[in-house]
Design a protein around this ligand. Structure first.
Ligand SMILES: Cc1cn([C@H]2C[C@H](O)[C@@H](COP(=O)(O)OP(=O)(O)O[C@H]3O[C@@H](C)C(=O)[C@@H](O)[C@H]3O)O2)c(=O)[nH]c1=O
Length: 187
């Protein structure tokens, strides 16, 4: 299992090893010991899965406020997604910047999105399923969003506002400038 820091060092790309044979492959997709050593001693206590039927479905950008902030370990188990993590920690040297990673069922890659980041993705194939573990339970009272195509974020999505398939909630999320201080950078 390879752990690779991205342009934002707290966001980590993980490439689990696949051992192939005549039947297919075997892969360890999560190990607490390696995760603790390479990423941090987080407890991943809820496991989620979502299916997006259409190509160009955008979910996000989402986060939970403190004290219920969530780190997310994301992978794609069917189809393909473009996954995005945006640093929204006020005072961070990479505040407002983002990391993108193509997570596909074929490459098996995972993205670690720490607390203090907004997370979202766009599907690149029909019937894409993502599976992600999180470090705190879902809390509707702390659930917040950031507008996926806020020009200030400069995210190059594979879809535009005319073609993206979004929830009603995600069409009207606030912009970064209107977010207030959701998180403070903790050196
Ligand atoms: C996230 C979540 C939603 N729900 C419910 C609320 C609602 O009725 C239904 C769909 O919720 P949403 O529209 O928020 O689902 P979705 O847009 O897929 O939300 C997810 O988006 C990605 C990008 C993330 O990063 C996740 O943390 C999560 O916010 O599922 C839960 O019961 N538990 C959960 O953990």
């Amino acid at each position: 299992m390879q752990f690779q820091k991205t342009a934002i060092s707290e966001v980590v790309l993980i490439a689990p090893k696949r051992i192939g044979d005549n039947r297919g492959y075997f892969s360890e997709t999560f190990r607490q010991d390696m995760f603790a050593e390479n990423v941090g001693g987080w407890q991943l206590i809820q496991d989620n899965q979502s299916l997006s039927a259409e190509v160009g479905t955008v979910r996000g950008l989402h986060f939970q406020l403190n004290p219920r902030a969530q780190g997310k370990l994301v992978r794609c188990i069917a189809g393909a997604i473009l996954d995005v993590a945006v640093d929204i920690r006020e005072g961070s040297p990479t505040y407002g910047q983002h990391v993108k990673a193509e997570l596909t069922a074929d490459n098996g890659h995972q993205l670690w999105v720490p607390p203090g980041f907004a997370h979202g993705f766009c599907t690149l194939e029909p019937n894409s399923i993502i599976s992600y573990k999180v470090t705190d339970y879902y809390s509707p009272d702390h659930d917040r969003g950031l507008l996926w195509n806020d020009p200030e974020l400069g995210i190059e999505w594979p879809v535009d506002a005319q073609t993206a398939i979004l929830s009603a909630k995600d069409k009207v999320q606030p912009r970064l400038v209107d977010l207030g201080t959701a998180f403070v950078y903790d050196v």
